[in-house]
Design a protein around this ligand. Sequence first.
Ligand code: UT7
Length: 319
Amino acid sequence: MAHSRILGTGSYLPANTVSNAMLAERVDTSDEWIVTRTGIRARHIAADNELTSDLALRAAESAIEASGVDRADIDLIIVATTTPDMMFPSTACILQEKLGMRGTAAFDVQAVCAGFIYALVTAHGYIQSGMAKNALVVGAETMSRLMDWNDRGTCVLFGDGAGAVVLGASDEPGILHAKLEADGHYQSILNTPGRVADGMIHGSPYLHMDGPAVFKFAVKALSDIAARTLAAAGMDKAQVDWLVPHQANLRIIESTARHLGLPMERVVVTLPEQANTSAASIPLALDTAVRDGRIQRGQTLMLEGIGGGFTWGAVLLTF
Ligand code: UT7
């Protein structure tokens, strides 16, 4: 079976930033509470006329350029998003059109904050089986549109953005081992239950979360899957150069790193200035650390994420 390897990374953040102090003018919160409980200081919010596919386009263009792959040689587009432009067509098809491409398979993956991991592993499977040669894998979100801006328990946590990679067939191993898991019994602790029918939205169109329950579940699931992924690959934590985790809460990231026995110097953290960008957070963190030179070719990375569903997964790879 063919190997698959990340050939290039890209990302994009909307220009508009909102600080904790700005949110404190609107809801009963404070910079101190948000920083202490989450590690978040600011978030980027898309402009009214900026859609998820627009953020995806900027990240995708940058990843394609970094990869050196000709657009004509990309034969698969997967977009992980919880905030698609519309019910249908998929954001992946809209992105394909914006990229001026035609004919490539294109579809969305919906696994909320674990979406990028699910999309990456799906693309890996396509490449391994020979069904694709070069895949554009994007995580893009406008989570701000699911926020109840009067709910201090959620609106301080999320932001907008996009990250992308080009994953290509390779003679050298890239993705070494991956695991995807889910448990639908936990859907009530994190969801946006609204559905469209009869020309109306039925149920709440806002994101709802039982924060402490999600926190507890996330720490356990992430620590556990990272350890099992390493074991399945026959590798030791000492061989991991960088942990690139989903960015939801600094305390969750620190706790996962502690369980894994990794010092924080080997963990990529972009949360303070970006908040939780759901499916975009892992590729955003990856691209940030690639472009600032922390992540180097040949290093071993552990990517892991968790989101509503519940869904979670981990990917161990040689960059
Ligand atoms: O992407 C995956 C999904 N998301 C996550 O992984 C998030 C997981 N959960 C968390 O990150 C944390 O649970 C939160 C940051 C959401 C909340 O932190 P917490 O330490 O678990 O706080 P809490 O929900 O237990 O609330 C403690 C207090 C409550 O007040 P009382 O009842 O003690 O008087 C809340 O009402 O903090 C209050 N509170 C706030 N106060 C100021 C909740 N949100 C805020 C706020 N500002 N923004």
